[in-house]
Write a protein that binds this ligand. Structure first.
Ligand code: MOS
Length: 744
């Protein structure tokens, strides 16, 4: 009897792929119900002001209009309890809470009509007068001199910096970037008496449910949130935004299902973005490249709706060995919508600054930037009393990438690498991202129809969650993928984590494995207790389970019985097991360790000075993210993130009109993201070391790590090609025109 190779680690196509490619997968706005009506928000055209008159008469008399909701008639909506981690909302206030406008695009009313066209037309004739108030809409955050929060500190970084023989002192800026999932935010709300179901595009149905129950003032059991598929989210869909409650109130008032789907322009003002960061990096080193001091002082914009801290110092405290370090944080308010975590929040902009500083320090020292990383490789987590890392292979990421990229052939002289009339620049940077197991529950069920089901209240944001969960069941049970049902995206399922932080795979796999073990054990007990089964009367230690069949240990599975036959013999509809994941902070194998993923990015740019054309021509990325369950889905995540990193490096920036505070490039026409034409060959390698602190499989998740380090590798490559140091993303033609490098 040959054991087939485990599906864990085997490239596996998406089990939900056919549903998506045939259009059968239902996204939030795809849900339709009898008598469904459409809601269209009215948004403020000013950045700051007080509503002094809101006239809905014209709108209400338009054909098909059923209701116009606003501050004056929305009725009671509540805030969520501050600090309640199970009820995290995006904005502190509720919809239409007062008559103050705090950013361009803020919802001030919502029109509900029989058709989308009628609602859109009526929304355009809601008349509003504002008393203008002062607005802060400038993008630069300026010379902040207020209080700072110390995020991490050791030694005496200021004294060490002052006396360091070699110094780097520079400020790096990342602009506001906007989440651009292909699927727009949408809520379809259906009431049944005092119970409500929301079809949402949510990265966290369980949290969404609690928030909505608190906001609407309903018992939590009266609310159900469904998100079967997401057209991505990038963090913008982690927590609810006010439009969901607006739609819910309208549907309750009208006693009809309501659909509210944002348009792309609204996606730029009312559902989050990565805030601007200005990060002051100071590095001190000995002449042979040993880091002596590291200061990372950052500031990001927040809004008048929140106190959002981007967390740029996430990776800084542990990434390199340095005795003297401090990271500090501060926020400055702007009259923009509320920021929200965006793919790799904190670490991605933070590592742009830190790794840019490391690259510039390497140049100042005359040391290869790869060598500088190796000299300062951290052997333990110096930010946490020198506790060990659970599994850390940053150095191997760099060395593997260097070999694949051909880094050893790099001529460090600016503009020196030329071919076919083009000038090539090479740059590198390191990457890191958090890892941990979150508490969660999954149930695994043998069904009488011969299928196996797994249920968990998490969701597949588009990364392959359905598939990796099925792989675990296939691995545990030997049941083929086409007989496995993965049921996610419903708040009535057992508690599952948000699709955020790249934490779902690493967390939920353990609960599924545990649930599968439990279900198998129960099935074996049932089989042994049931007359007529091949294992009837056997003691538990003599019963085995192989490829979906219960049999006597030591005998071939063919001599046993399929689980569906066991259930039939026992007259059972199903046998199930519940599994739980022990959170890292309670797990003896993890709690005294420092858990992170790592990576190294190697970028080649090609520069054509005659036409000022800069493009990324090659990327090699090496990722240390624990065991990779599905190399196909994982490589897809990493290359997608690298493409996003090319956008971050060369294209993305949300620009606010300085007259109105409007995100002036807030559309797919004007907001540039990297597309196929901008994307080169991307070579993705996984080191694939299982992390013993992550449970049975040792997987850490890969949704975000691939974006970290791309932008600083690009700016280093740009410098190498052109001699221009760009410390403010994105790199623009205007920057590059300063280059003195010419084609010979
Ligand atoms: Mo991610 S920014 O945690 O969705």
């Amino acid at each position: 009897m040959s054991t087939p190779a485990s599906i864990i680690g085997t490239p596996t196509p998406r089990i939900d792929g056919p549903l998506k490619t045939t259009g059968a997968a239902q996204y939030a706005a795809d849900f339709h119900f009898d008598r469904l009506v459409h809601a269209v928000p009215v948004t403020a055209p000013v950045a700051s002001g007080r509503i002094v008159r809101l006239d809905t008469t014209a709108a209400e008399s338009m054909p098909g209009v059923l209701l116009v909701l606003h501050h004056g008639n929305i009725g009671p909506l509540y805030r969520t309890v501050p600090g309640d981690d199970n009820a995290t909302n995006s904005e502190g206030r509720s919809a239409f809470e007062d008559e103050i406008v705090r950013h361009w695009g803020q919802y001030i009313a919502v029109v509900i009509a029989e058709t989308l066209e009628q609602a859109t037309a009526a929304a355009a004739v809601v008349r509003v007068e504002y008393e203008p108030q002062p607005a802060s809409i400038e993008s630069a955050l300026g010379n902040y001199t207020g209080k700072r929060k110390s995020i991490s500190k050791r030694g005496d970084p200021d004294a060490a910096f002052a006396s360091a023989p070699v110094k780097l002192d520079a400020t790096y800026i990342t602009p506001i970037e906007t989440h651009n999932p292909i699927e727009m935010h949408a809520s379809v709300v259906v009431w049944d008496g005092d119970r409500v179901t929301l079809y949402e595009t949510s990265q966290g149905v369980v949290n969404h449910r609690v928030v909505i129950s608190q906001v609407l003032g309903l018992p939590v059991e009266n609310v159900r949130v469904v998100t079967r598929f997401l057209g991505s989210g990038f963090g913008g869909k982690l927590f609810p935004w006010p439009h969901a409650a607006m739609a819910a109130v309208a549907a309750r008032r009208l006693k009809r299902p309501v659909k509210l789907s944002l348009d792309r322009r609204m996606m730029f003002s009312s559902v989050g973005y990565r805030p601007r960061t200005e990060q002051h990096i100071r590095l001190g080193a000995s002449k042979d490249g040993k880091l002596l001091a590291l200061r990372h002082d950052y500031i990001n914009n927040s809004s008048l709706l929140d106190d959002f801290d981007e967390g740029c110092g996430e990776a800084t405290p542990y990434l390199y060995s340095v005795a003297n370090l401090e990271v500090t944080s501060a926020q400055v308010r702007r009259n923009f919508g509320a920021p929200m975590w965006m793919r790799g929040p904190g670490a991605v902009p933070g590592l742009y600054a830190l790794e840019s500083g490391m690259n510039e320090l390497a140049d100042a020292l005359g040391i290869d930037p790869l060598q500088l990383r190796i000299i300062n490789d951290a052997k333990k987590d110096e930010s946490k009393n020198n506790i060990p890392f659970s599994s850390s292979h940053l150095r191997e990421c760099f060395e593997t990438g260097a070999k694949k990229f051909g880094w050893g052939r790099r001529n460090p002289a600016i503009g020196s690498m030329r071919r076919d009339g083009k000038i090539f620049g090479w740059g590198l940077a390191g990457a890191s991202w958090v890892a941990m197991c979150l508490p969660c529950t999954a149930t695994v069920e043998f069904c009488s129809n011969g299928r196996v089901a797994v249920r968990c209240g998490t969701q597949d944001i588009g990364t392959g969650t359905y598939t990796v969960f099925a792989q675990v069941l296939n691995d545990k049970m030997g049941v083929s993928l086409d007989r496995i049902d993965v049921i996610l995206g419903d708040s009535s399922l057992p508690q599952g984590p948000m699709s955020g932080g790249s934490l779902v795979t690493g967390s939920v796999l353990n609960a599924i494995a545990d649930g599968a073990d439990e279900a198998i054990k129960r099935l074996q007990q049932v089989a042994a207790a049931t007359e007529g089964t091949p294992v009837h009367g056997a003691s538990p230690e003599n019963v085995d389970f192989t490829r979906g069949r219960v049999h006597i240990k030591g005998q071939p599975p063919e001599k046993g019985a399929a689980f569906a036959d066991i259930l039939a013999a026992a007259r059972l509809n199903r046998v199930s097991g519940e599994g739980k994941t022990v959170p890292s902070w309670d797990d003896p194998k993890a709690k005294d360790l420092s858990l992170h993923s790592y990576g190294a990015q190697f970028v080649e740019v090609e520069w054509e000075p005659d036409i000022a054309r800069m493009r990324v021509s090659r990327v090699v990325t090496v990722i240390d993210a624990g065991l990779i369950v599905n190399p196909r889905a994982a490589a897809n995540q990493i290359s997608g993130a690298v493409v996003m990193g090319i956008g971050m490096g060369l294209l993305e920036e949300t620009v606010h009109d300085q007259r109105t505070g409007q995100p002036i490039n807030g559309s797919f026409v004007d907001y540039l993201v990297a597309t196929c034409a901008d994307s080169p060959e991307i070579d993705v390698t996984f080191l694939n070391y299982p992390d013993p602190a992550m449970g049975e499989y040792g997987a850490r998740g890969v949704g975000e790590i691939g974006l970290a380090g791309v932008a600083p590798a690009i700016t280093a490559a740009v410098y190498h090609a052109t001699g221009v140091r760009v410390r403010q993303l994105p790199v623009r033609i205007e920057h590059l025109l300063q280059s003195n490098i010419v084609r010979i």
